[in-house]
Write a protein that binds this ligand. Structure first.
Ligand code: HEM
Length: 163
């Protein structure tokens, strides 16, 4: 085994897991369906929270909504990391060389960073704007960034089949 990145990807692609992903008729589609279920959980939960931050449904308390949605978003991301890695393994050299795949990973990192900054900064003062009050501009900016980043991630995921 060589230690170059391409060698590592070729080794991954020749693993028995990668063979199974390519050869068992229903395995790749089943993993891909689970990946899409993960998108529904993560992006669905994030978008509902973002719309609340942008001023919709002001009667719904932000902190309670965050407590309800955050575990689902985390579960969705975990499911996507697992299923995405499985699909990556099947065609590791091809995905590894794809600029779209790199952009997608950068967008995922940016989406997670945006969520982490939101929780460490504007969300700390949530008791002051929890219900029936305008959300601070920093929270609105995080909501817009979240919507743009996760939508762009979905676009890159779909474009992987073409580029
Ligand atoms: C967490 C790490 C992730 C990895 C390693 C990963 C990897 C992959 C791979 C390898 C594919 C297969 C492409 C193909 O067969 O053509 C794929 C598909 C896709 N991914 Fe991800 N992904 C991840 C997370 C995400 C996230 C967070 C989103 C969206 C928010 C996302 C959206 C998509 C979409 C929309 C597709 C296309 C599904 C389809 O065409 O049926 N992925 N991903």
């Amino acid at each position: 085994m060589t230690h170059s990145p391409t060698g590592w990807l070729a080794w991954l692609e020749s693993s028995s897991l990668a063979h199974a992903m390519r050869q068992w008729l229903w395995l790749y589609p089943a993993v891909e369906i689970a990946h899409i279920a993960g998108i529904v959980l993560l992006v669905g939960a994030a978008a509902m929270f973002d719309l609340r931050l942008l001023g919709l449904s002001r009667g719904v308390p932000v902190a309670a909504l965050a407590r309800h949605l955050l575990p689902w978003a985390r579960a969705g991301l975990g499911l996507m990391a697992l299923t995405g890695t499985l699909m990556f393994t099947a065609h590791a050299t091809e995905f590894g060389a794809s600029p779209v795949f790199r952009i997608k990973l950068a967008l995922i990192a940016a989406g997670c960073l945006n969520a982490a900054i939101f929780h460490r900064w504007p969300f700390r003062t949530v008791t002051g704007w929890d219900v029936a009050t305008a959300t601070p501009p920093a929270a609105k900016a995080a909501a817009v960034a979240s919507l743009v980043l996760w939508t762009s991630t979905i676009a890159c995921g779909r474009l992987l089949a073409y580029f």
